[in-house]
Design a protein around this ligand. Structure first.
Ligand SMILES: Cc1cc2nc3c(=O)[nH]c(=O)nc-3n(C[C@H](O)[C@H](O)[C@H](O)COP(=O)(O)OP(=O)(O)OC[C@H]3O[C@@H](n4cnc5c(N)ncnc54)[C@H](O)[C@@H]3O)c2cc1C
Length: 432
């Protein structure tokens, strides 16, 4: 039986970043097993008929300059675009700047008055009561901080389309730092001097697509360390053995980036299945024969009668002359996805919301279902993840990454987490 010190499950950002960190620390005794036939996980790029698409729009905003420069140093010859984000919300064909809550003054007057009235009432209501409400759930937080009209015109319908769940079940911090908070003073100030900066006000994008960051990570990984088409089928915690279709691998420690409930299943750990829930996202990458709208990178669609929740415009990032979009639709984890039916609806809706007109001709397409896509972060999921991952760690099994840590994060967060985990394991020494 093969033996390895560190067995890594998954060759996405997290698995590769963990392997690269091990190599850089001088520890080459690791192996990555990947179920798919390619590396990259969700950070893959598809190039078709001259269009470059990711699985879903992946754009990058690094908070750690040293991580960005580490990656860039491993991307020789790759041009990286720096883009000032332009994103908008389409509320019943009325377009306002994103974030919606800071741009209510751009709404028709009656809607603006409703939003402003409810915002002031919500923010000036009894402070302790508002705080108490805000702490209950994502939904109560939205009502308490922004009032009924902002919540019901955009924040609730948009996020319900994305998460495909009742927001009342999500933790108030379900989106963490990715949620653009704004208080009354900031919203009113924005009416005179626009400051729509969010965490990703400017972003970078490699011309070869998101996969370039994967290649950068992989370049720091031992060349024979990745085994593709090799899913882990079972993990024997007591004997520290992972079973794959080609045999058994004994490990001292295992780092998994597989979705957490899947890891629990593989390891035979019992848990309450109701606690871990998520959405799946159907993505249509579509290429047309001629240019569409300019000056927009993303558009958000809260209206329930529009099938998608977001459309992103690659051609405006690349400054290219043919419309190239990704279109995202949210589904509950158990909902059936009829791709053909949704494709017809999406094409009709793109026309209805004026992304394309009758003269646009679709010339290339690619479809993917990301499952899981956004995990549903609840108080219960956080508590159970903490308890069950501590149990796994007692067997030297470490769950990491967006789905291993059951969280909402960026690829940079995955790299930070993987490096930190490796540092912890190295400090703990052999047998950790
Ligand atoms: C819609 C959407 C948009 C996003 N946009 C951005 C963005 O703009 N910017 C950004 O920074 N981040 C973005 N992200 C987040 C980013 O995609 C993730 O943080 C990152 O790709 C997660 O990497 P990972 O390695 O943790 O997980 P994954 O990419 O899921 O990789 C896990 C790997 O494990 C493999 N695996 C699973 N089970 C097994 C098994 N049993 N045996 C072997 N292998 C297995 C899988 O095949 C996969 O390759 C987005 C995510 C989504 C869903």
């Amino acid at each position: 039986m093969q033996s390895v010190r560190t067995l890594i499950v998954g060759a996405g950002v997290t698995g590769l970043a963990a392997a690269a960190a091990l190599s850089e620390s001088g520890d080459e005794n690791y192996l990555i097993v990947e179920a798919d036939s390619e590396i990259g996980g969700y950070c893959k790029t598809v190039i078709k008929d001259g269009f470059t698409w990711d699985y879903s729009g992946h754009f990058f905003h690094f908070k750690h300059p040293e991580i960005e420069s580490w990656l860039r140093a491993r991307m020789p010859g790759q041009r990286i675009r720096d883009v000032e984000k332009r994103s908008f919300v389409d509320v019943g064909r009325h377009i306002v700047d994103f974030p919606f809550q800071k741009n209510i003054h751009q709404l028709p007057q009656a809607a603006f008055i409703d939003c402003l009235h409810d915002l002031v009432m919500a923010q000036s209501s009894d402070a302790s009561r508002a705080d108490a409400n805000a702490n209950e759930s994502f939904k109560t937080m939205l009502y308490a901080r922004f009032g009924k009209s902002i919540a019901e015109m955009f924040l609730i319908p948009y996020n319900e389309k994305l998460y495909a769940t009742d927001l009342g079940t999500l933790d108030k911090d379900a989106m963490g730092r990715f949620f653009p908070h704004a208080n009354l003073k900031e919203i009113v100030a924005n009416m005179k001097v626009a400051n729509n900066a969010t965490y990703n006000a400017s972003f970078t994008y490699p011309e070869g697509g998101a996969i370039q960051y994967i290649y950068a990570l992989a370049s720091a990984v031992r060349s024979d360390a990745i085994r593709l088409r090799e899913p882990v089928l079972r993990i024997d915690l007591a004997n520290k053995v992972a079973v794959t279709p080609t045999g058994e691998i004994r490990f001292e420690r295992l780092v998994s980036s597989a979705p957490f409930p899947r890891l629990l299943d593989l390891a035979g750990v019992l848990y309450n299945r109701q606690i871990f829930s998520w959405n799946k996202v159907l993505v249509f990458n579509l290429g047309f024969d001629r240019k569409g709208k300019t000056g927009v990178h993303w558009m958000y669609y809260p209206d329930k009668d529009v099938s998608f929740y977001r459309v992103g415009f690659y051609d405006n990032i690349f400054d290219s002359d043919r419309l190239s979009v990704y279109v995202e639709l949210g589904f509950a984890k158990d909902a059936p996805v009829d791709v053909e039916a949704m494709r017809a609806r999406v094409l009709a809706d793109l026309r209805r919301v004026n992304v394309v007109d009758d003269t646009h001709c679709l010339v290339a397409e690619h479809t993917v279902v990301m499952d899981p896509a956004y995990v549903h972060i609840t108080k219960e999921s956080m508590a159970e993840h903490g308890r069950l991952s501590a149990e796994l760690q007692r067997h030297h099994v470490y769950s990491a990454g967006r789905y291993g840590s059951w969280t909402y994060c960026s690829i940079e967060d995955n790299i930070v987490e993987a490096r930190e985990l490796v540092r912890r394991l190295q400090l703990a020494g052999a047998g950790a």
